[in-house]
Unconditional design. Structure first.
Length: 386
């Protein structure tokens, strides 16, 4: 990963090599040492279990971080949006899966152009479908050609969002894909996002038992008709140990493990999975002090709260409210409140939308307090929502 990209703002470029104390607030900061440990733990886990790792890049939205994951052994990256795929491809990522449905023809024409571009440089694009109309529209956008894009049929396995409703519904889609020369039936998309944040291991295991049963039934139906689903892909940072040991999942899409967030910290730890450290922080400063609380200068515009308020790293403080520019904190013990001007580090409630609020992440080595700025990481796909 390159340091100080030419496009970095001068005030950020000037921080390289400087003490982390000089980072102005609010700022999105990555503890690179913790991140690297998380990256290696997951890479080692997938290799040991004999499953592919395809991390979800919608979490970090950075081509540089995605390439680092691939250098450690990931086969490619997942995204949710066409524009995310385009941004990461422009940054040098060659193996991308849009694990989402795309229906509009103009957007599918962009998908087709990207598929051809990646194939021309030895890469690959994949996409998910859950309707016959989607298969036909994708083939129309590709306009001929041989084996241009991998296609996964999405099965609803408990998310109650996209995906065909029943295992038997997968077969007509698999047959339609197989009839199109430009499409390759790559397998089954089976992701249950709800299961990731069930708090106890027992709850997550029960949810995954249902997922695995539906996947097995789907494979039975499709194979009885003479077709194959070469790969079952899915999983997330809350359940990947269950998918990896299932015998049916061949690929893990976990993404948040790289940074972790406050919401994942609320989960009961699964001893079957490696432990990951918090690596993403919002540096903030106490800007107002009263008898009962303090206010810091990082609000909605700096961190997302739809999955809960942030945790305060290493302090006996808790967030009680958040506004556009402010977060209010109160003490959880009888210890004195931090003084005006004090630096605090917030662990965001949800890392994915938090990253999307920033153009750059500031990478620090040697610790948040005494460390120094080592890298500037561009959020290439910030605002890529189409």
């Amino acid at each position: 990963m390159s340091s100080a990209p030419d496009t970095s703002p001068p005030h950020l470029a000037a921080l390289l090599g400087q003490n982390a104390a000089l980072i102005d607030s609010p700022a999105l900061v990555v503890d690179l040492d913790a991140m690297d440990r998380n990256l290696q733990r997951m890479a080692d886990y997938a290799k040991t279990r004999g499953v592919q790792l395809r991390p979800h890049a919608k979490m970090h939205k950075s081509a540089a971080l995605g390439l680092r994951q691939m250098q450690a052994g990931a086969v490619g990256l997942c995204v949710q949006k066409t524009s995310e795929a385009e941004a990461l491809a422009a940054g040098g990522v060659n193996d991308i899966y849009i694990s989402n449905e795309v229906i509009a023809l103009p957007k599918l024409q962009r998908v087709a152009a990207l598929a051809r571009r990646l194939k021309s440089r030895g890469g690959r694009l994949a996409i998910a479908v859950d309707h016959l109309q989607g298969v036909a529209a994708l083939a129309q956008a590709l306009g001929g050609g041989e084996n241009l894009i991998d296609v996964f049929v999405e099965l609803d396995v408990g998310q109650k969002r996209c995906g065909v409703a029943e295992p038997a519904d997968v077969l007509p889609l698999a047959q339609a894909i197989s009839r199109q020369a430009s499409l390759r039936l790559a397998g089954l998309q089976a992701y249950n996002g709800r299961a990731q944040h069930l708090r106890t291991v027992a709850e997550r295991r029960a949810a995954l038992d249902e997922v695995i049963a539906r996947v097995r039934e789907t494979r039975r139906i499709v194979e009885a008709a003479g077709l194959k689903l070469p790969l079952v892909t899915g999983s997330g940072s809350g359940t990947f140990g269950l998918e990896a040991s299932s015998g049916v999942f061949g690929e893990l899409q976990a993404g948040s493990y790289l940074f972790m967030d406050a919401d994942y910290a609320r989960n009961e730890a699964d001893p079957a999975q490696p432990a990951f450290e918090h690596a993403l922080f919002v540096k903030t400063q106490v800007m107002s002090v009263s008898k009962s609380h303090v206010v810091v200068d990082a609000g909605h515009k700096s961190h997302a709260i739809e999955s809960g308020l942030p945790h305060v790293h290493g302090e006996a403080l808790e967030a009680t409210g958040c506004n556009d520019e402010h977060t209010t904190l109160r003490a959880t013990t009888s210890a004195p409140l931090p003084a005006l001007g004090s630096t605090l580090w917030l662990i965001p409630g949800h890392c994915d939308p938090t990253v999307n609020l920033h153009d750059w992440m500031i990478g620090v080595r040697g610790g948040l307090q005494a460390g120094s700025v080592a890298e500037l990481i561009r959020v290439d796909a910030r605002g890529c929502v189409d």
